[in-house]
Design a protein around this ligand. Structure first.
Ligand code: ZN
Ligand code: ZN
Length: 275
């Protein structure tokens, strides 16, 4: 059942991507809402199924809103919205997609339809906005070298973000050991882009979800849409404990066939922007 908002200024296309269900416990109205808007499931290269992810978020995190942002597909997010209709919680799921553009990764939120990969970053932002969505640059200064036959999960847009009509920049990506890349994103945004800043987990395993989170006035996906477009969001992170770090390392080793993307984790230099 879709929520009907009073005085709703969210585009109909965005409302259609928000799923909600009765909440098990009353929310604390004094607490700002908490959102993690970048995570993966088995619909791309993430470890958890959609069901495992929803169970984890509702039982182990205080998150009010999540976006499932699998690589080049919205099928996992749509499956989550359908499942939420039957779960006794008020978690809301935004349909997102981490789109593989020609220039690097770019995330669309509040989507109705899959955005085609392989376009330029500027064309991708326009395609996201054309369906009423919001666009943000994930891990902009993170680079990993593509390898033949292996998934590449981290490719940022670099300094190109200054030329794009983005709605936000992910200045905290809570993947372990991204301190330098995150710092570079924060500095570049402060000095050049001046965009609202998001913190997300980019979680590929359950223990990562919620390690990066964005707070906003209100608690709903609608409130979040308003907060992002109004620049009323704040980025935060939580530390990993040693067993969570070990789990993530095991996951990366399995995903990459034994190779940890050390260059990316050190926050490699951004490549020059493409025209
Ligand atoms: Zn990525
Ligand atoms: Zn990602």
């Amino acid at each position: 059942m879709s929520k009907v908002y009073r005085h709703d200024t969210t585009p109909a296309s965005a409302r259609a991507t928000m799923a909600t269900a009765p909440r098990r416990q009353a929310r604390n109205p004094l607490r700002r809402g908490m959102a993690d808007l970048h995570m993966h499931t088995t619909h791309s290269d993430g470890q958890p199924t959609v069901r495992q992810l929803l169970d984890y978020v509702t039982t182990h995190t205080p998150l009010d809103v999540i976006a499932i942002t699998d690589h080049d597909t919205i099928s996992g997010a749509l499956e989550a919205q359908e499942m939420l209709r039957h779960l006794p919680c008020a978690l809301e799921v935004i349909v997102g997609e981490e789109v593989s553009t020609r220039d690097g990764h770019l995330v669309g939120l509040f989507l109705r339809e899959r955005v085609q990969p392989g376009l330029s970053a500027a064309e991708t932002v326009a395609a996201i906005h054309a369906q009423g969505g919001l666009a943000f640059a994930p891990h902009p200064f993170l680079r990993d070298t593509p390898r033949r036959g292996k998934p590449t999960t981290m490719v940022g847009l670099g300094t190109l973000i200054a030329q794009l009509d983005l709605d936000a920049i992910e200045t905290i990506n809570a993947t372990p050991f991204l301190t330098l890349a995150n710092r570079r994103a924060q500095r570049y945004n402060t000095s050049v882009c001046h965009q609202p800043t998001l913190a997300n987990s980019d979680g590929h395993i359950l223990g990562a979800v919620g390690k990066g989170y964005t707070t906003f006035p209100g608690h709903t996906a609608h409130d979040l849409y308003t907060a992002i477009t109004g620049g009323m969001i704040a980025a935060h992170s939580r530390p990993y404990n040693s067993s969570e770090l070990l789990n993530y390392l095991r996951f990366w080793l399995r995903l990459t066939g034994g190779r940890v993307p050390v260059r990316a984790l050190r926050g490699a230099q951004p490549r020059p922007s493409r025209p």
